[in-house]
Write a protein that binds this ligand. Structure first.
Ligand SMILES: [Zn+2]
Length: 75
């Protein structure tokens, strides 16, 4: 069960089809983002299919390859 805290996400990557993806801070699954560029998704909030919410940090970085675990600290 996902907790209700909206975690910040600090790393996004490009999938093979060029869409933006990130790792859900709740379930650590890869999830797609609705936007073409980092500037489009920064500050946006998304709901993962696990039911957890997260927000793309304004200082999020684009990474190549494996996305690191992405668990924010509540509070
Ligand atoms: Zn999730």
């Amino acid at each position: 069960m996902a907790d209700e805290y909206i975690y910040d996400v600090h790393h996004v990557a490009r999938d093979n089809d060029r869409s933006l993806i990130c790792r859900c801070p709740h379930c650590q699954e890869i999830t797609g983002l609705d936007g073409d560029d980092l500037e489009d998704v920064a500050g946006e909030q998304y709901e993962c299919r696990c039911g957890g919410w997260f927000q793309i940090d304004y200082d999020a970085r684009r990474v190549k390859g494996e996305l690191p675990p992405n668990k924010g600290i509540p509070g």
